[in-house]
Design a binder for this molecule. Structure first.
Ligand SMILES: [Mg+2]
Length: 121
């Protein structure tokens, strides 16, 4: 679990090295990396398709199935990080900026405990 202390920059550097060694940069356009995110997201959601919330919890409690889910989640993150690395996007900065926007779209007094979209609040 200590791996979670790894920085985003360290992960970007590891992914860049991995891709550079394989000469994959030529395949990693913004479009292809975006497709990768969606494809891997589909593989992730396939584990939970047609499952109830309780069944999804059971999947995550099963060691083998949880590992498979973890791998798909990591595949999604790989494409997110590769996109950010290749196109020089400061992900921590961008995420914090987006969360600021979200906190304005979803003010606590209106959004707390609600699943309504911001335009329905
Ligand atoms: Mg996958």
């Amino acid at each position: 679990m200590d791996d979670d202390r790894t920085t985003i920059q360290e992960l970007k550097d590891e992914i860049k090295e991995f891709c550079d060694e394989r000469d994959w940069g030529k395949y990693h356009s913004a479009k292809e990396l975006s497709i990768g995110m969606i494809t891997e997201s589909a593989e992730l959601i396939d584990h939970f398709r047609f499952k109830s919330d309780n069944e999804a919890d059971e999947i995550l409690a099963d060691e083998k199935k949880r590992k498979e889910v973890n791998e798909e989640l990591s595949d999604v993150l790989y494409f997110v990080l590769r996109f950010a690395q290749k196109y020089k996007i400061d992900l921590a900065h961008e995420l914090r900026e987006k969360m600021k926007k979200n906190s304005q779209k979803y003010p606590l007094d209106k959004a707390k405990g609600s699943n309504k979209k911001y335009n329905e609040l």
